[in-house]
Design a protein around this ligand. Structure first.
Ligand SMILES: [Zn+2]
Ligand SMILES: [Zn+2]
Length: 225
């Protein structure tokens, strides 16, 4: 957690723009910005509050280089700050290495070298990697496989995994998705919670030809305790 973080979240202090290994002070929420103008915001805050105009504010988050949502309901709760940084998980908002900016939270795509091979999407701030998702997409069968989803330990519980899962899903909209979570029950429960695809991993012939070998560990992994 925060102040007990052994790596020291406040090291470097100040605005912290040059700080290595930035801590995600404001949690993240995936939100694809619709094209209909700046006033379009989520109808519910991530904590579930129904939002009316005036109970919600949008401000820029200078540290992350993204927009931030403030919920007036959450702000009054004793435990919550009521702030979330909005990260657009849509394909148009994902960038390749050559478009990485040094001081901005971005989803960075590392495409597979062969069709239906394994690609990566990382959530990064410059060279800092908060987590990454490993996936394979077959454009012929229109199927997607979620192979791994890893969030760095010191950046967990800040919404990174959810953003990455949405970013992966966005690359295969309308695809039949399946997943192969790690053996750890906690990880499987996390995958189920953030709405990763609930189907046992089933690679197509192209994905197998691309070298994917999967031993489905748990046929119905999302039902594990
Ligand atoms: Zn709220
Ligand atoms: Zn295929």
């Amino acid at each position: 957690m925060t102040s007990a973080d052994p790596a020291g979240r406040r090291d470097g202090a100040g605005a912290g723009a040059a700080r290595a290994g930035r801590y995600l002070d404001v949690p993240l929420w995936p939100w694809a910005r619709p094209p209909d103008g700046p006033q379009h915001l989520p109808r519910r805050c991530p904590a579930g509050h129904q939002l009316e105009p005036g109970q919600l504010q949008e401000t820029p988050n200078q540290d992350y280089g993204v927009r931030e949502l403030v919920c007036r309901h959450c702000e009054t709760q004793p435990d919550g700050s009521g702030r979330w940084a909005l990260v657009d998980p849509s394909v148009d908002a994902q960038v390749t290495e050559d478009r990485v900016q040094p001081r901005r939270l971005q989803l960075v795509v590392i495409p597979p070298t062969i069709r239906a091979g394994v690609g990566l999407i990382q959530l990064r701030w410059g060279t800092t990697i908060y987590g990454q998702v490993e996936l394979s997409l077959c454009p012929i069968d229109r199927c997607g496989l979620l192979l791994d989803l890893h969030v760095e330990v010191r950046h967990r519980r800040r919404g990174v995994g959810r953003v990455l899962a949405h970013a992966a899903a966005a690359r295969g909209t309308g695809f039949a998705w399946s997943a192969n979570p790690p053996e750890d029950p906690g990880a499987a429960a996390f995958w189920a919670k953030i709405a990763t695809p609930r189907a046992p991993a089933s690679p197509c012939s192209h994905q197998e030809a691309a070298g994917l070998r999967i031993e489905p560990r748990w046929p119905r992994w999302w039902e594990k305790p």
